[in-house]
Design a protein around this ligand. Structure first.
Ligand code: UN1
Length: 511
């Protein structure tokens, strides 16, 4: 068996230690540190120092000072720095993709894909930097101009999850930067080296352009660091990606202080497979959706709602496809499925499979934790398929693991109702070549999700569209379309260039 080991991350700003690991120590703080374990081999692969409260406060002050300068730079010029950042990412795509894959465990193809997503959002943000447009309005008063302008907010706090350890930050950061904001990033404590690497790559742009520190800052640590940020009046916008439970807390604490939040939380994404589906496309979309990132995307396909007339056929093709999946070291570019993030995730996976059976489900493709050579970390699991009912408690719950729940329907209305009958509302899809079915699914009476696709799976959204979902997914939108507006404040301007001061609504006020 070939070995795929990583030898040198120094180009990403990580320093080798004598213990054969990597250090991304950010400060002189030699106190507490956070160890990063790779789910690939179970090894401690590096450590970073955690941010103390005093360091956090100093970082916020530095970020604010940077903002005061950054907001005066014309947006297209800020876009130019983001363009350069995109180029630095291009030059480091291979290595950063490998680090993502090694630290987080997703397949190398997906690790590279994640870096490509960063490059794409930089390109998008460059164009956007010349398109932060406001409207003008017709004033009811003579010699008056009315318009709206978009101004930066200030410090944008980003809280990101382990599953997209670099891309989700970049969607936020690239947009925030061109909008004139600065970014303080609390990355997942399960993938801290990825954050250090991103900071290092940004620093290259900052240094070569003489930009102040604080346009990009990372703060590291466990949940309390996120709590500081959430409660911090200096952070007008918190963009948080993670579980619904986490988002509920973040959303309420930020709302309490009249801050804004962008919440991108759990999904429970389904694909409806109608009798008029192209089965070959269905298999690709479903299998990538269900097992890609080992089922740890918020967009992962969790449920397949299959017309009863084709159920057996669909089960057969899926079984065949699943038997061909390679599970192993994600750094091997031919591997489809890497490990889950840690042993807690493995326990959740096992619990879900037990629950499915307890609630009356039937296992169609057997799961299980893999052991033996290459699987020593204990985090490798077999993608499983179960035949279930949509109302099972475990099916209503998002389990971050490669478990696909199959269920049947008889009418399209019923299929759409099943698709919508979960607490979450992120992504959805229908496989059909029938235009009536497709358009019904996309209509107001169709999918209730933020993302609704036809003849592609639920995962793998492009950055050009707004990304996010409804209900317990949190309602936030990131990335493309007009998501940038969430990173700015709207100002309505009315300017009187006449010789009198007439009041609106015709009010007479003689003095
Ligand atoms: C996530 O899982 O948090 O649509 C983000 C997708 C990716 C992003 C997923 N572009 O699957």
């Amino acid at each position: 068996m070939a070995t795929y080991s990583i030898t040198d991350f120094s180009a990403l700003g990580l320093k080798p230690t004598n213990a054969g690991t990597w250090t991304g120590r950010q400060s002189s703080n030699a106190g507490t540190s956070l160890t990063s374990y790779s789910p690939v081999d179970g090894k401690a692969i590096g450590e970073v120092s955690t941010t103390t409260r005093a360091e956090y406060d100093a970082a916020l002050e530095k970020a604010h000072a940077a903002f005061v300068h950054w907001r005066t730079i014309p947006a297209p010029k800020r876009g130019e720095y983001v363009r350069q950042f995109g180029d630095v990412l291009r030059a480091n795509k291979d290595l950063l993709g490998k680090l993502v894959s090694y630290e987080m465990g997703k397949s190398l193809q997906e690790g590279w894909g994640e870096v490509q997503e960063m490059i794409d959002i930089c390109d998008y943000a460059v164009g956007l930097s010349r398109q932060l447009t406001g409207l003008t309005f017709q004033s009811e008063r003579p010699n008056h101009h009315m318009m709206e302008q978009w101004h930066p907010l200030g410090i944008v706090g980003v809280i990101s999850a382990f599953n997209f350890p670099v891309a989700v930050w970049s969607w936020n950061a690239a947009l925030a930067w061109v909008c004139g904001d600065v970014v303080v990033w609390k990355a997942s404590e399960k993938a801290p080296l990825c954050a250090v690497a991103c900071q290092h790559l940004w620093n290259q742009v900052a240094t070569s352009n003489d930009l102040p520190e604080g346009i990009s800052t990372i703060v590291t640590g466990a949940v309390e660091v996120g709590q500081w940020m959430t409660a911090d009046m200096r952070v007008p916008l918190v963009s948080a990606t993670g579980s619904t439970a986490m988002g509920r807390k973040v959303g309420s604490v930020v709302a309490e202080r009249f801050g804004r939040s962008i919440l991108e939380l759990g999904g429970n994404n389904a694909i409806i497979v109608t009798p008029e589906a192209d089965l070959k496309m269905t298999v690709i979309g479903t299998v990538f959706g269900a097992v890609g990132t080992a089922g740890q995307r918020c967009t992962s396909t969790r449920r397949l709602i299959v017309h009863e007339s084709i159920f057996n056929k669909v089960v057969d093709v899926l079984k065949k496809a699943y038997s061909q999946l390679t599970i192993g070291n994600p750094l091997d570019p031919t591997v489809h499925v890497g490990p889950l993030i840690d042993s807690a995730a493995v326990a959740q996976y096992e619990r879900a499979l037990t629950e499915v059976v307890r609630e009356g489900g039937t296992i169609l493709v057997e799961g299980g934790v893999l052991s033996g050579p290459g699987y020593e970390s204990g985090c490798y699991v077999k993608p499983a398929i179960a035949h279930v009912e949509n109302h099972f408690a475990i099916v209503q719950h998002e389990t971050f693991a490669p478990i696909l729940y199959l269920m049947t329907y008889s009418t399209l209305e019923e299929a759409i109702a099943l698709q919508n009958r979960v607490p979450q509302g992120l992504s959805s899809a229908i496989m059909t070549l029938n235009m009536r079915e497709a358009h019904t699914f996309l209509s107001a009476a169709g999918s209730d999700c933020g993302i609704a696709n036809v003849n592609i799976g639920t995962s793998g959204a492009e950055i050009g569209g707004a990304f996010g979902g409804e209900k317990e997914t949190g309602g936030g939108r990131e990335s493309g379309s007009d998501s940038w507006k969430a990173y700015m404040r709207r100002q309505t301007n009315t300017l009187n260039y006449g010789n009198n001061l007439p009041l609106a609504q015709g009010i007479v006020f003689n003095i």
